[in-house]
Design a protein around this ligand. Structure first.
Ligand code: GLY
Length: 383
């Protein structure tokens, strides 16, 4: 393990397996890391966004050049709009114009949008190029850069066009987290809590003690939290790469969360991680209502998320005219629907989640109605 790599994990997918390195200074070592891999490329093309380019492209290019790698870089606009069909087409044509060969690798330098977009381009260009993920947001480091889900959005919903395409390497540079706005860091932290809540009670307890350090920028705590989350994710992906079963656990909080995001137009009014935090609370509340889980567990989750500064209830968000039927309508369009039934990730306790399609829609509707009524009451009390 190179000295600057604090943690190194392996995603065990046989010939498609790959390492995840976590630690400071990895962007500046990317060239050396890539050229040390079997069948290394002789040329790479970096895809990043305007914002990340300003912060991290120059050191990455220096490291590629020091390692003797020829490279190009394409900078896309920051934000979800870059995951449209139109932007994807533009990127693919630009990459093809620049000249690609099967031995050219792509590098995704950025957050979830850049990772999903670049990974999908790598999956389809020349019927498949190798690519490297260099996630710079906390959310991308703990979730989207690992596991090979790539894709873009359609008018019908988010990530509906995509492919499973595993990267050859993930380099999670902990130094990049220091440049993140607090709100984005917090939103990424929700996915870390998710990893504890779905399958690792001891990690959840560690987060209760050290989560504040993670969001306050303590590098050691951040590396431990990212590594533990990636370990959970790597084990799940190795067991169920294509989400035929267990991988769905990683969607804890997402059925509700995606509905909230859809209702707020996938805008900056509600970041994905923020929606997942509220969605997890709803999933635990639903678990309590259905008798799977003790109310103390849901309270503990709510308390921890609130303690680090995440919203846990609709009343914590800027006012939206929430409507239970409409939220349920968004859920019905989710790609996790199977045989017309909604899939939920529920919990028996913190650290023990399970996947079910046995939740009556009437229970979901009742929960949403109660949550919306409670948020209206809370607002009136504040107002
Ligand atoms: N973000 C969920 C998954 O990768 O399966």
């Amino acid at each position: 393990m190179p000295s600057q790599v604090a943690e190194q994990l392996h995603v065990d997918l046989g010939a498609r397996g790959y390492d995840i390195a976590i630690g400071p200074g990895l962007i500046g070592r990317a060239g050396a890391e890539i050229t040390s891999l079997p069948n290394a490329p002789n040329r790479v093309v970096v895809v990043t966004d305007h914002h990340v380019a300003e912060l991290h492209l120059a050191p990455l290019e220096r490291s590629l050049s020091d390692a003797g790698l020829a490279f190009d870089a394409f900078v896309v606009p920051a934000g979800e709009a870059s995951k449209s069909f139109a932007s994807f087409e533009k990127l693919c044509e630009a990459l093809l114009t620049a000249g690609l060969e099967r031995k050219t690798w792509l590098i995704a330098l950025g957050g979830g949008v850049v990772g999903d977009l670049t990974g999908f381009a790598a999956a389809v260009l020349l019927r498949g190029l190798d690519f490297v993920q260099i996630p710079t947001s906390l959310l991308a480091q703990v979730d989207s850069s690992v596991g090979g889900k790539t894709g873009i959005n359609s008018a019908h919903g988010k990530n509906l066009v995509g492919a499973f395409h595993q990267p050859r390497l993930v380099l999670a540079d902990s130094g990049a987290l220091a440049t993140l706005p607090r709100r984005e860091l917090l939103a990424g932290y929700a996915e870390i809590v998710k990893c504890g809540a779905l399958g690792d009670a001891a990690f959840f307890a560690w987060l209760e003690e050290h989560g504040a350090h993670v969001v306050e920028g303590d590098a050691k705590a951040q590396i431990r939290a990212v590594a533990t989350s990636c370990k959970t994710k790597a084990a799940i992906v190795a067991a169920d790469e294509r989400e035929r079963g267990r991988r769905a656990l990683l969607n804890l909080g997402h059925t509700f969360g995606h509905a909230l995001e859809a209702e707020t137009g996938y805008s900056s009014a509600l970041l994905h991680g923020e929606a997942v935090a509220i969605g997890m609370v709803m999933a635990f509340d639903l678990s309590v209502r259905l008798g799977y889980c003790r109310p103390e567990e849901a309270d503990r989750l709510r308390r921890h998320l609130a303690a680090v500064g995440l919203a846990t209830d609709l009343s914590d968000l800027p006012q939206v005219d929430w409507n239970a039927e409409r939220l349920l309508g968004h859920m019905r369009k989710d790609k996790k629907v199977s045989d017309g039934r909604l899939t939920f990730i529920l919990a028996r306790s913190l650290g023990e989640a399970f996947v079910t399609q046995e939740v009556p829609e009437s229970e979901v509707l009742a929960l949403l109605q109660d949550v919306i009524a409670a948020s209206a009451l809370a607002r009136r009390a504040i107002g």
